[in-house]
Design a protein around this ligand. Structure first.
Ligand code: URA
Length: 300
């Protein structure tokens, strides 16, 4: 990769790659930067294609060559300083559907985490009913979610879908979102997913806060420690928090184990713990609970 291309890397949205030719879309900031540069150097006007092909013959997942940025005056950063909290995202539109659509458009155009932008296939905004009484909050998209553009569609997601159905609901009746909307990048070829960093969570969580403000669910479920931390900060371990309602901006929040924990620990004891958390949620929502539902996972 040539040096100017390496420098542009954070400003392009990766679309797809075939035979080593990458199709990328330049961000507005990159296009404006190029136009300004062209104006200053009195070069011929820069054409402004929304989509550009970038020839990069290295294997798709090869590590990014470090770019050598032009010398600019940088503020001195204190690595120990707390991460700056992001301002709230403005909510526009006259209906919940419209407000969510506007938020989704903004999230899809978001370029704040350039290292995630350059690798994402999709921004995984959220899915479900804008009028949902119940909202599930996860951590971040995994590989499958990144490819499909929908939260919780991989193995853990299939288990979550079963849990929702066991409550007598469908995915279409609830709303499902994540703290972070882009897949946390992994080293090339590395299996699995990684937890988002504190910085990634702080940067992205305003989208989720805005989603919550629009949807106004009656109850929320935080799936795993990262979901709790993303909303409330480091308040405790998931083992100590689960089973008791917390509160996020006045809305009851039930912390429970992430479905991927249940995939790793398939004992009825652990399944029952999560199920009891969901029974408490059903009670809070004044949902009917059958005898059969009350007894799920009671037998060892
Ligand atoms: N795990 C999460 O926390 N969120 C997803 O969307 C998928 C897996």
């Amino acid at each position: 990769m040539t040096e100017p291309m390496a420098a542009l890397r954070g400003y392009v949205q990766f679309l797809h790659e075939r035979d080593g030719v990458r199709q990328v879309k330049l961000s507005r900031a990159a296009r404006q930067g190029l136009a300004t540069l062209a104006g200053k150097t009195k070069a011929a006007p820069v054409s402004n294609p929304p989509v550009a092909a970038v020839h990069d013959r290295r294997p798709a997942a090869a590590p990014v060559a470090p770019s050598r940025p032009a010398p600019v005056r940088q503020p001195i950063l204190n690595p120990a300083a707390p991460v700056q909290s992001e301002p709230p995202i403005e909510i526009t539109g006259s209906s919940k559907i419209e407000q969510l659509r506007h938020l989704e458009e903004r999230a899809k155009a978001c370029l704040k985490c350039s290292h995630l932008v350059s690798r994402r296939h999709n921004v995984v905004f959220g899915v479900g009913n804008p009028e949902a009484k119940l909202m599930f909050i996860g951590e971040a998209p995994g590989e499958e979610e990144d490819l499909q553009g929908e939260p919780f569609v991989g193995r853990a997601g299939q288990l979550l879908t079963k849990m929702i159905q066991a409550m007598g609901l469908t995915r279409e009746q609830v709303y499902i979102g994540n703290i972070v909307k882009c897949r946390p990048d992994m080293p090339p070829g590395a299996p699995g997913n990684r937890k988002p960093t504190k910085q990634e969570m702080e940067t992205c969580v305003p989208y989720l806060r805005a989603q919550i403000e629009v949807i106004k669910p009656t109850v929320m479920v935080a799936l795993g420690a990262t979901a709790v931390e993303g909303l409330l900060g480091p308040v405790g371990t998931i083992g100590s928090l689960r089973g008791k309602f917390l509160e996020f901006r006045g809305t009851p929040l039930m912390p429970t184990y992430h479905p991927s924990y249940l995939l790793r620990n398939q004992s009825n004891t652990e399944k029952r713990k999560v199920w009891e958390d969901l029974l408490a949620v059903m009670e809070r929502l004044e949902m009917p609970i059958s005898e059969k539902q009350r007894n799920f996972f009671l037998k060892a």
